[in-house]
Design a protein around this ligand. Structure first.
Ligand code: PRP
Ligand code: URA
Length: 205
């Protein structure tokens, strides 16, 4: 499935401030909201709509409304920094949680929590700001598919080429929406140039 990368000038602006190591958590959270809002619009550009008849103050007309509910699945904990804009703009959203944490030495993600609502019939978007090795994203996508999700996308802010390749190999039908694709991973599996540890910068840890 295709990789979609944000092209909006505001995305470049916001990403530059997110990457800046002097940006404090309070601004970092606002910038995360802003870029996640742009990504939310892109990742839902193809959502189906159905006709709905309504009365305007002047006459009857056929409008269109969203046909499917949306389920957002943030990967804890950094994924929580992307959740709010989806809640703010979509009328029918439910939220599932997948807790994954990378081991500091091996960079392999360990699952510590999973609570998912019914997923069949919904557009399910797994959200996590950083797609590094792709191990966390691939695991989370496997979990949501095992729970019945059939219309699934993955949304991230910064992707590494290695992570994109991992997800595309493990889940070829899943579209990836990224704010940017960076150069590469370093020896510790952090993204270069990247923005550091997203969770730490979001929560000031
Ligand atoms: C970060 C990030 C992703 C993961 C990406 O989470 O938010 O979940 O690493 O790396 P990967 O593509 O190599 O799997 P981390 O494990 O640091 O946990 P946190 O969100 O609790 O900070
Ligand atoms: N997780 C992060 O938060 N940052 C990276 O660069 C890689 C994984």
């Amino acid at each position: 499935m295709p990789l979609h990368v944000l092209q909006h000038p505001l995305a470049h602006h916001v990403l530059t401030h997110l990457r800046d190591k002097t940006t404090k958590p309070v601004l970092f959270r606002t910038l995360s909201y802003q870029i996640s809002l742009l990504l939310a619009l892109e990742a839902t550009r193809d959502l189906a709509t159905v006709e709905k008849e309504i009365e305007t103050p002047l006459e009857t007309m056929q409008g269109r409304v969203l046909a499917k509910p949306l389920v957002i699945v943030p990967i804890l904990r950094a994924g929580l920094g992307m959740l709010q804009p989806f809640h703010d703009i979509f009328p029918d959203v439910s939220v599932g949680y997948v807790g994954l944490e990378r081991d500091h030495k091996t960079a392999v993600a360990r699952s510590y929590y999973c609570k998912l609502p019914p997923l069949a019939g919904a557009r399910v978007l797994v959200v996590d700001p950083m797609l590094a090795t792709g191990g966390s994203a691939a695991q989370a996508l496997t979990l949501v598919k095992a729970q019945g999700a059939t219309d699934v996308g993955f949304v991230c802010i910064v992707a590494a080429p290695e992570g994109v390749a991992t997800v595309q190999q493990a889940h070829p039908e899943v579209p990836i929406h990224a704010g940017v694709v960076d150069r590469q991973l370093n020896a510790n599996k952090y993204i270069l140039p990247g923005l550091g540890d997203f969770g730490d910068r979001l929560y000031g840890t």
